[in-house]
Ligand binder design. Structure first.
Ligand code: LMR
Length: 335
């Protein structure tokens, strides 16, 4: 009987050792969900992060990328991150208002970034760091800002003058600044998940929308919009975010390697955003499926005048100091 007990004990401890070592080898899984196609700047950067994270951690981390709303759509993804059902997202900066971090909507204010270098100073400097810090009380850690350039407007009629927007149902992201932007133009803003926009435009649920060219192109929205206006009236960027509990729970050396992968993926993404938005607009023009309108200086001035009130309307929501701090970055001689 003693020999039998000994054999059973040895067998049990052998199983424990194997399962422990098997557990020790099991990779840490990061589910990275996003709502755009894999061939957009954000989609390519997510794949680049996967490649570098798995390389630098020597396989101790496995990144599973779920593009184009295949895992979660707009509204669901933020909830899933906070619950820990997904570990990483890169939502548009316009989508943090419902989370209670209204300051991120400062990026939606029309014409607040007169040049791209001003935007880069904001996202790469103390203002950007301060904004990411505001996510922590929500159980979220902000890792980086990714770029997708300036937006164009589209509809099934030419949008040349602000008055052309009157009565149009215009799709927007869930941002009070974008809501006000469309209202001051006389349009009716409709919040809609990104994955539903093509069908919304195709069926007439909405008449038009705004996007960087890479989104207009990769979602084939130009096929169901007769007119596109090169307005560049507003900016679209992203915050790459992780579940804070998950991130803080990682071994320090793994976090260091993931930070390195994120830094390199961010540099990669900025180049892709510049390149791919230009390429997308060229492809839209070449398709001949939509008429592309350039605004004259006088027309641009009309748009700026019409959209200027948005900044004042939203100052109490976003914070006058934050708006001023960003405008100070544009002043000549600002460091
Ligand atoms: C949108 O909903 O229009 C954007 O957030 C899509 C994107 O680029 O993430």
């Amino acid at each position: 009987m003693k020999l039998r007990n000994l054999l059973v004990t040895l067998a049990a401890s052998a199983v424990t050792v194997i399962s422990a070592s098997a557990l020790a080898q099991a990779p840490i899984v990061i589910k990275f969900s996003h709502v755009v196609t894999a061939d957009t700047p954000k989609g390519q950067a997510a794949d680049k992060f996967k490649e570098l994270a798995e390389k630098y951690t020597k396989g101790r981390v496995k990144v599973e990328v779920y593009p184009n709303s295949t895992l979660y759509k707009d509204k669901e993804e933020m909830e899933a991150l906070q619950l820990g059902a997904v570990q990483m997202l890169a939502p548009a900066l316009s989508k943090f208002g419902p989370l209670g971090v209204k300051e991120f909507e400062v990026f939606d204010i029309p014409y607040i970034f007169p040049f791209k270098y001003v935007l880069n100073k904001v996202t790469e400097g103390p203002i950007g760091k301060g904004l990411l810090k505001k996510l922590e009380p929500k159980g979220i850690t902000g890792l980086a800002f990714w770029d997708n350039g300036f937006k164009v407007m589209s509809a099934n009629k030419p949008l040349i003058h602000p008055a052309d927007f009157k009565g149009l149902k215009m799709r927007i992201m869930s941002s009070k600044v974008l809501d006000d932007q469309m209202r001051v133009l006389g349009a009716n803003p409709q919040v809609m998940a990104f994955s539903e926009v093509y069908q919304g435009l195709q069926t007439g649920v909405v008449d038009g929308t705004e996007n960087p060219p890479s989104n207009l192109y990769t979602q084939k929205m130009y096929e169901v919009q007769s007119d596109v206006t090169m307005s560049n009236h507003g900016y679209l960027g992203y915050a790459v975010i992780v579940n804070k509990k998950f991130w803080d729970g990682l071994p320090a050396d793994i976090r260091t390697e993931l930070d390195k992968a994120m830094t390199e993926a961010t540099a990669f993404e900025k180049i892709a955003a510049e390149r791919d938005n230009d390429m997308a607009m060229a492809a839209v023009r070449k398709s001949g499926k939509t008429k592309v309108h350039e605004l004259t200086d006088a027309e641009q001035a009309e748009w700026r005048k019409a959209l200027m009130p948005v900044q004042d309307h939203m100052a109490s929501r976003i914070g006058k100091d934050l708006i001023q701090a960003i405008k100070n970055e544009s002043r000549p001689g600002a460091k």
